[in-house]
Design a protein around this ligand. Structure first.
Ligand code: MG
Ligand code: MG
Length: 243
């Protein structure tokens, strides 16, 4: 799972400098698929329930599951890129939200808070803690800043399949829910909105957008629960400290 996660991390890291005005989401998808296959992996998303691409590319008010296509990035956009890789039968799943050129301070703060909320949740991934502690860490971090947490979508267990039990919501009550055990691997993926938490699915059947049209940010890591604490499997260096 570390090997799968490392490929995901490398792909997201290599895509980041490509995120520039004028680049299409299809360009990013093609580059991602090439990198995944060159590394000996398989793009987990491609064909998943009929999804046609190797990454999800979600721009501005698109929360998750955007389908790559002809749309070109504009200066001031933000793009969420979600990537899954299967390597020797195991899956890694991670996402980042990246600004396109110069973005507004409001939206940069949303991105920063969403990323920090992910690391607050990762910090809770210790044996004996509960899923409610993980979800609460996200919401407790972002809610005081006036942001909302998407409730209709959540994180998940990861293993030989991308989506395994348990569900990992980005909200919850401390001390409630299933107890985390060493050997668990979960994807934690806060989706945080600048406005209301309400979302809907577009007519393409995939793209999730905020109902109020305001921007949303998404970060995700695949995290192993160990006796020694959390290990972020979808990092280039799993021993690196949280930013
Ligand atoms: Mg993902
Ligand atoms: Mg996921």
């Amino acid at each position: 799972m570390r090997a799968a996660g490392r490929i995901v991390a490398a792909v997201l890291s290599d895509l980041e400098p490509m995120v520039q005005a004028g680049v299409s989401t299809r360009d990013l998808d093609r580059a991602a698929e090439r990198m995944i296959r060159d590394a000996g992996g398989v793009p987990t998303f491609k064909g998943y329930n009929g999804f046609p691409a190797s990454i999800c590319a979600s721009i501005n008010e698109e929360v998750v599951h955007g389908i790559p296509g002809n749309r070109k990035l504009n200066e001031g956009d933000i793009i969420g890129i979600d990537c899954g890789v299967t390597y020797h039968g195991f899956v890694g799943d991670a996402a980042v939200t990246i600004p396109v050129g110069k973005i507004s301070e409001d939206v940069q703060r949303l991105i920063d808070a969403t990323k920090a909320s992910l690391y607050a949740a990762i910090e809770q991934c210790r044996p004996g803690n509960r899923l409610g502690d993980v979800g609460n860490a996200v919401e407790a971090f972002v809610a005081p800043k006036g942001y909302t947490v998407v409730r209709n979508y959540c994180g998940h267990g990861v293993g030989r399949a991308m989506h395994e039990d348990p569900q990992v919501p980005n909200y919850g009550s401390p001390g409630k829910g299933a107890r985390l055990r060493p050997g668990w691997v979960i994807a934690i993926e806060p989706m945080v909105n600048l406005g209301n938490y309400d979302v809907r699915v577009m007519s393409d059947g995939w793209t999730v957008v905020t109902s109020d049209g305001l921007p949303s940010a998404h970060f995700e890591h695949t995290v192993a629960v160990t006796e020694d604490g959390p290990q972020v499997l979808t990092a280039l260096d799993i021993h690196a400290a949280a930013p």
